[in-house]
Ligand binder design. Structure first.
Ligand code: CTP
Length: 209
């Protein structure tokens, strides 16, 4: 039985015991992909950042909070996977020195130093023995940037969304472009995440060995 690994949701990067950095991701796309993959009878593991969603039935769930936890959970399971779909909105940045105690508001100004998180998808691209799918969320230069990510991260497929305002998050009718490693582009308009999940799975499975 084919093993599919899906990541979903945002990550949270701690600043102090009360506050964190995150993003607007709801996790719905990744959960939908995991649900549809399971419906096809695959062995599905979903590695999820914090979301309010119910785990699709029959899907194994691994809950993580930070990008580093997600990295560890994904890399550990990557060796056995036939296909990895990185739908998670991993935070690119984390606080350089997360504080053990609440940061108090002294004076008027507060500077928070950030450092970059590892790029999980890029690491997965270096040791590839599975079909690899990435996502790209862009506010401009959609196809150009997506193609660049596809090449730089050694992906089989990239799913590119353009963000207008923050309408995409939580929304169910979205426009996407899927580009594969041969450079083939397919544009989809106003499709549900469920329909898109199936289109992505069909394409990704072509790249499994
Ligand atoms: N991703 C990842 N690890 C990160 C950041 C992103 O694995 N630290 C993955 C996401 O899951 C997604 C893809 O990389 O599948 C693209 O993420 P995105 O934030 O659009 O792109 P970046 O490569 O971070 O580039 P930039 O922020 O410059 O647009």
């Amino acid at each position: 039985m084919k093993k599919i690994l899906v990541t979903a949701g945002p990550t949270r990067e701690r600043i102090d015991p009360i506050r964190f950095i995150s993003n607007y991701s709801t996790g719905r796309f990744g959960y939908e992909i995991a649900r549809e993959a399971r419906r096809r009878g695959f062995d599905v593991t979903l590695i999820s950042g914090p979301t309010a969603l119910k785990t699709p039935s029959g899907v194994k769930i691994v809950r993580v909070e930070t990008a580093l936890e997600m990295r560890e959970a994904v890399l550990k399971r990557s060796k056995n996977a036939d296909c990895i779909i990185m739908a998670a909105a991993v935070c690119d940045w984390k606080a350089k020195k997360p504080r053990q105690k609440k940061i108090k508001k002294r004076g008027g100004k507060f500077v928070l130093e950030l450092e970059q998180n590892p790029d999980i998808l890029k690491e997965l691209g270096r040791r590839k023995r599975y079909a690899l799918v990435g996502f790209a969320l862009e506010t401009e230069g959609l196809e150009k940037n997506a193609l660049k990510k596809l090449r730089e991260k050694n992906l089989d497929i990239i799913v590119a969304n353009k963000l207008n305002g923050n309408k995409l998050f939580g929304s169910n009718n979205i426009d996407i472009v899927i580009i594969d490693r041969q450079g083939l582009r397919a544009r989809f308009r106003k499709k549900t995440k469920k329909a898109l999940a199936n289109i992505i799975l069909d394409k990704a499975l072509n790249f499994t060995i």
